[in-house]
Design a protein around this ligand. Structure first.
Ligand SMILES: Cc1cc2nc3c(=O)[nH]c(=O)nc-3n(C[C@H](O)[C@H](O)[C@H](O)COP(=O)(O)OP(=O)(O)OC[C@H]3O[C@@H](n4cnc5c(N)ncnc54)[C@H](O)[C@@H]3O)c2cc1C
Length: 394
């Protein structure tokens, strides 16, 4: 009987895992038949069937992207690969990872991969859920932000982030929020109303004297830097400072720190200090056999403090996990490690920065791209187009 591999989630981590685990990375429609004949394992994905290309969400602000453009039915991609799909949400995992419990039934597996993405610390600052919106909550929350923005002729807008540092790395979304602030400046200028708006940028993870290229970009755009600031509460029409002072904010776009889902706490999975699935340097879930995890749901073993949760990191982690899963299935030990790398293009529409840092100091793409140029906005768009084309047709 074929071994049963279960993959939970249909986001970046799971799709990269599939790409690196299968013999071929691409499967045009006619190859599905061969995969059916040669399939070594019975693979099943549990998820909602809908892939979201999160890195494009900030571009809702310029009107270039919307929910339809960045959401994809992932079932044809799975079908081409002869991968079964179960439309369900996992609510628990037991028996050392061998039993997956969903809102739709129980499933047994021989090997498990978790790519369930992040949960956010919404209770960290009171009122976050009720009075802020976030690009990290997905396209609907961002669309609501755009609707509200379009209904305003003037006002005060705050953008900010918070990082969960308990696991020793950047478990939060800073770069994405900087990107949103710069795109907001661009969009308001284009509408001819920038002088009627105050844009503030805040984070208690930043210090008042912080400087650097990104800070320069915010300053150039007259964005008010409330570095080191954190409200005690978000309330209707604004926020409250430590001393109870009310600050007016007509609109707040905020990204809370990243953690793991609440249900992990009662599952058999080990949970890190920061609330994420605790994994080792091979992507194996600590203390459990034949259970792997990657992407925003998983902590790292000995991470450098600058590494963030990113689709790019999810790719590197899933690549190593896929190779290690193949080894373990063949009765061998995991041996593949992953590199730590921060790599992303911060799109400001009239300019862009390639933010980069790597544990081995390797430059991105052999340094063929400039570090700062408007051209990078096109490069970023092309990455997106290519990846969505791959998911749709290959
Ligand atoms: C606004 C924004 C901009 C970004 N920009 C960039 C960028 O420029 N570059 C970059 O590299 N990264 C960027 N990121 C980060 C990147 O999107 C994430 O790191 C990436 O999505 C993580 O992949 P993942 O598979 O771990 O999680 P996700 O992509 O969130 O996928 C998680 C999957 O698990 C499913 N799931 C969750 N819970 C369950 C459950 N209980 N049962 C079954 N399925 C479940 C979800 O439905 C989803 O399919 C950005 C993120 C945001 C929000």
């Amino acid at each position: 009987m074929k071994k049963k591999i279960f993959i939970i989630g249909n986001g970046f981590a799971s799709l990269f895992l599939i790409q690196y685990f299968l013999l071929l990375p691409v499967f045009p429609f006619f190859t599905g038949f061969f995969r059916r004949i040669y399939a070594k394992y019975e693979i099943t994905v549990i998820g909602n069937g809908s892939f979201i290309y999160f890195p494009a969400i900030p571009e809702f602000i310029t009107g270039k992207k919307n929910k339809e453009k960045i959401t994809l039915d992932i079932r044809p991609f799975l079908k081409r690969r002869n991968i079964q799909f179960i439309n369900a949400m996992v609510i628990d995992i037991q028996d050392g990872g061998r039993t997956v419990i969903t809102n739709n039934g129980h499933y047994k597996n021989d090997m498990l991969f978790l790519g369930i993405g992040p949960s956010f610390l919404k209770n960290d600052i009171a009122g976050t859920q009720a009075h802020t919106l976030s690009p990290c909550d997905g396209p609907d929350s961002m669309a609501l932000f755009i609707d509200k923005l379009e209904s305003m002729d003037s006002g005060v807008i705050y953008l900010g982030f918070k990082i969960n540092k308990k696991d020793g790395f950047v478990s939060g979304r800073a770069g994405q929020m900087y990107e949103c602030a710069c795109l907001l400046d661009y969009a308001l200028k284009k509408r001819g109303v920038r002088d009627k708006f105050e844009i503030h940028f805040f984070s208690s993870n930043l210090s008042q004297g912080d400087s650097g290229l990104i800070t320069d970009k915010l300053r150039e755009r007259d964005i008010i830097l409330d570095y080191a600031y954190e409200p005690v509460e978000f309330v209707a029409g604004g926020m409250l400072d430590q001393d109870g002072t009310f600050r007016k904010a007509d609109l707040v776009l905020f990204s809370s720190g990243i953690t793991g889902f609440d249900w992990l706490q009662k599952s058999c999975l080990p949970v890190s200090k920061g609330g994420q699935i605790a994994v080792d340097k091979y992507g194996q879930v600590n203390g459990l056999s034949q259970v792997f995890a990657a992407g925003d749901c998983a902590s790292h073993e000995n991470p450098p403090p600058w590494v963030p949760h990113q689709a790019h990191m999810a790719q590197l982690r899933s690549q190593a996990a896929a190779k290690n899963m193949a080894l373990v299935l063949a009765g061998k030990k995991s041996k593949h490690l992953y590199r730590f790398e921060l790599s992303c293009i911060m799109n400001m529409e009239n300019d862009a920065l390639w933010l980069h840092m790597a544990s081995d100091n390797k430059p991105p793409f052999w340094n063929i791209f400039p570090k700062q140029s408007k051209i990078l906005t096109r490069v970023k768009n092309n990455f997106e187009r290519f990846y969505l084309f791959y998911l749709k047709y290959l």
